[in-house]
Design a protein around this ligand. Sequence first.
Ligand SMILES: *[C@@H]1O[C@H](CO)[C@@H](O)[C@H](O)[C@H]1NC(C)=O
Length: 310
Amino acid sequence: MLQPGRLFTLLVLALTARLSAAYEDVELVPGRHYKAREVRPVHNLVRKYMRYSTAASSFVDIAHGWTSCGLACNSPDVQDVALNLTWHVDVPLSDGLIGIHTHDKEIVVAWAGTHRYRALLTDMSVMTVPYMGTAGNVHSGFLDSVRGVSKVVESHLRRLMADYPDYMVVFTGHSKGGAEAALGALDLVRRIDGLKPRVRVWTFGEPRLGDIQFANIYNRELGAITYRVTSAADPVVAMPPRFLFDYCHHNLEIWISSAEGDIYVGQNYAECAEDPLASSSVDFYDRSILWHKNYLGLPPPDHAEAEFSW
Ligand SMILES: *[C@@H]1O[C@H](CO)[C@@H](O)[C@H](O)[C@H]1NC(C)=O
């Protein structure tokens, strides 16, 4: 079979992602397919971080703790996290949480998704704006959402990093929350000394976040410790489309290619040719929102049911 991406093999970034030994000893090599049974530890991480993302999207509030967000807050993973901060901001829209997982030695920063998927395409915020004086440009809506809360997130994170010096810091989120998690992580590693070696980014169903130059900047900083998980035929990961403002995904894609949980690890080739064997191998018209709501059997909260049509 002719595989166009293979023509670029020589140009592949020398990028091998290794899940830190502090997690599970699984190596994920770009360009490789894995059977579900080979990557059970990766599935466990996907489920764990998806649960945090779901909890963040369920508007958990620190005043009421884990009783305030229904089913999404009932799992042991989530209950083991001590909330340190929750935020709920209407304009620009952002919700999320920071928590401490003592057993797993993690500081979790989880960003909420949205049920307004159409807005990813139709809002004015889909226009890109320059990213921090670089050549890169990002989705202005995501940038506004992150900037709106970055001061408070930064100050809590600084104190927590000092109080828990041997803990990893995990940024995570589903859908719009995934885009904000990645953007928030990039912003904060540039502002907080010592964050970069401790950070991991796990996103689920993340839409495209910025243009080619931005993807290059992101890949240099965080591409090797970011797990951009995509589910089979999720349409949101194909938005906004490539032709609009040069939108391009960042690395590293963990494509769950089957309902059983087989995985293909994808990465960009030169000039942001997104890996043709990963989720971009799925035709847009074969995609279904059901896949956006199903990451290894874990759905985001019920409000995500509403409002998706073209
Ligand atoms: C959040 O963490 C900081 C740093 O450890 C601590 O001083 C503060 O009391 C915590 N806040 C809550 C609400 O747990």
